[in-house]
Every structure is written in structure tokens, then in C-alpha cells.
Design a protein around this ligand. Structure first.
Ligand SMILES: Nc1ncnc2c1ncn2[C@@H]1O[C@H](COP(=O)(O)OP(=O)(O)OP(=O)(O)O)[C@@H](O)[C@H]1O
Ligand SMILES: [Mg+2]
Length: 212
């Protein structure tokens, strides 16, 4: 009953996507219902032109209508080798609005480790441990998801995201229980290989596919 009413409250702008839109709406409602709700990851997987970007746009519309903060980023075929490019894009709205002291407070002990990856702290002399940076970014998103709740993160063209971002995404997916955030990613089935494919598959294995 409730679902029918809610679906009716959102004018349909996509053809034949009722099931996907209902899943997204439910996930947004779960997020908005409770600050401590566990996070959700949804995956729209499909070939070029099937409507993945359109579905992300619809997600933004639904989420913003319910008062969510929505941040988005996309992978770029020519930017795959730029470490942390996509996660930096994604968190940009928070990073640009934070004063350095605030960022230090939000990242806490992780500031020196994850700060350089986010472009907000100078890299130190030592080469950062990749796992440490990844953990630091997961911790940063956990804090941001509390500060910005209800927070929705959209990642388009995830098959073209840089490997460091995908590693972070897999780690975040594993810890969604502790992070009240909705993550929706769009990806083509191919176009990704090696470690990137491994991380992306690990992330989406935890998440739920939107009907394709
Ligand atoms: N269900 C739908 N109803 C109406 N229009 C749609 C629907 N799905 C897709 N479209 C339209 O079809 C075109 C292609 O969709 P879209 O760009 O979302 O595909 P995509 O899956 O993101 O492709 P790519 O993998 O190339 O990024 C767009 O103009 C979009 O607005
Ligand atoms: Mg697209």
C-alpha cells in the first residue's frame, strides 16, 4: 500500500523502469527513515544506451525530493590511470566547503594518510600504505555520511573508474553496515579487467542489482 502511494507521488519520467524506480525509492526511504540505518549499494549494470545514466538521474530526483544530499561522480575512459580521481570528484562538495582545520577534524587520525589522496593535505615523505589510504577514505565517508545524512552517492561509468577508487568502493561496500549511506553505481558489464574488475565485482557482489 505504502509503496503504491509513494510510487504514485513520483511522476514517472522513465519508460518501463517501474521496478528499478521502486527499488531505488525503497532504498532512499530506508536511508531517510533512520540515521543509523545500514547502508545500501545498488548497481545498474547494462550495455551502452540501456538507460543507466537516466536511472541515476532519476535517483537524484527522488533523493533530492526527499531532502537527501546527493553527490555524484563518473569514471572517464581517459582518466582511469589517475589515482583517486573518482572518489575525489565524489567528495568534492564536502572537500571544497571545509576549512583545513575542519577537514583535519573530520578525517581525524586519517588526515595525514587519506588527505593527500583527496588533495587536501600535502603528501609526506613516506610512500603511503595503499591499504591505509583505503581504510582512511572509508572512515572519512563514514564521518561524512553522519554529517550529511541522508547522503546519496552516485557513481556513473564505474567500469572506467580508477583502480584506487574501486578498491575504496569494495572496502566501503564491505562496511556498509556501519555507514548509513546509499550508493548507486552504473556500469557496463565489460570494459574493465584485472584488479579493477576484481574490486568492482567485490563491491557489487555485496550490493544489490537493479533489475536489468
Ligand atoms: N527508460 C527510459 N525511458 C525514457 N528514456 C530513456 C530510458 N532509458 C534511457 N532513456 C534515454 O535513452 C538515452 C540513453 O540512455 P543513457 O544515456 O541513460 O544510457 P546509458 O546506459 O547510461 O549508456 P552508456 O553506457 O553509454 O553511458 C538517453 O537519452 C536517455 O534519456
Ligand atoms: Mg551513461
Amino acid at each position: 500500500m505504502t509503496e503504491v502511494r509513494r510510487a504514485g507521488a513520483v511522476p514517472a519520467s522513465l519508460w518501463e523502469r517501474d521496478e528499478e524506480v521502486a527499488t531505488i525509492t525503497r532504498a532512499v526511504d530506508t536511508l531517510c527513515a533512520d540515521r543509523s540505518s545500514p547502508g545500501t549499494l545498488l548497481e545498474a549494470r547494462g550495455e551502452a544506451g540501456v538507460g543507466k545514466t537516466a536511472l541515476l538521474a532519476e535517483t537524484r530526483r527522488i533523493a533530492e525530493a526527499r531532502g537527501c544530499t546527493v553527490w555524484s561522480a563518473r569514471g572517464g575512459e581517459t582518466l582511469r590511470s589517475v589515482p583517486f580521481n573518482v572518489v575525489r570528484q565524489l567528495l568534492q562538495p564536502a572537500l571544497v566547503s571545509m576549512l583545513p582545520e575542519e577537514a583535519r577534524e573530520y578525517l581525524g587520525d586519517w588526515y595525514d594518510i587519506a588527505g593527500p589522496a583527496l588533495g587536501i593535505a600535502d603528501p609526506g615523505e613516506r610512500q603511503a600504505d595503499p591499504q591505509g589510504v583505503c581504510d582512511g577514505l572509508v572512515a572519512a565517508v563514514r564521518r561524512l555520511s553522519r554529517r550529511e545524512w541522508p547522503l546519496v552517492l552516485l557513481i556513473d561509468d564505474a567500469h572506467w573508474a580508477d583502480q584506487e577508487t574501486l578498491r575504496w568502493l569494495a572496502a566501503l561496500a564491505e562496511r556498509l553496515d556501519e555507514t548509513s549511506v546509499l550508493v548507486v553505481i552504473a556500469r557496463r558489464p565489460g570494459d574493465v579487467s584485472g584488479d579493477s574488475a576484481r574490486h568492482l565485482d567485490a563491491a557489487t557482489a555485496v550490493g544489490r542489482p537493479l533489475a536489468r
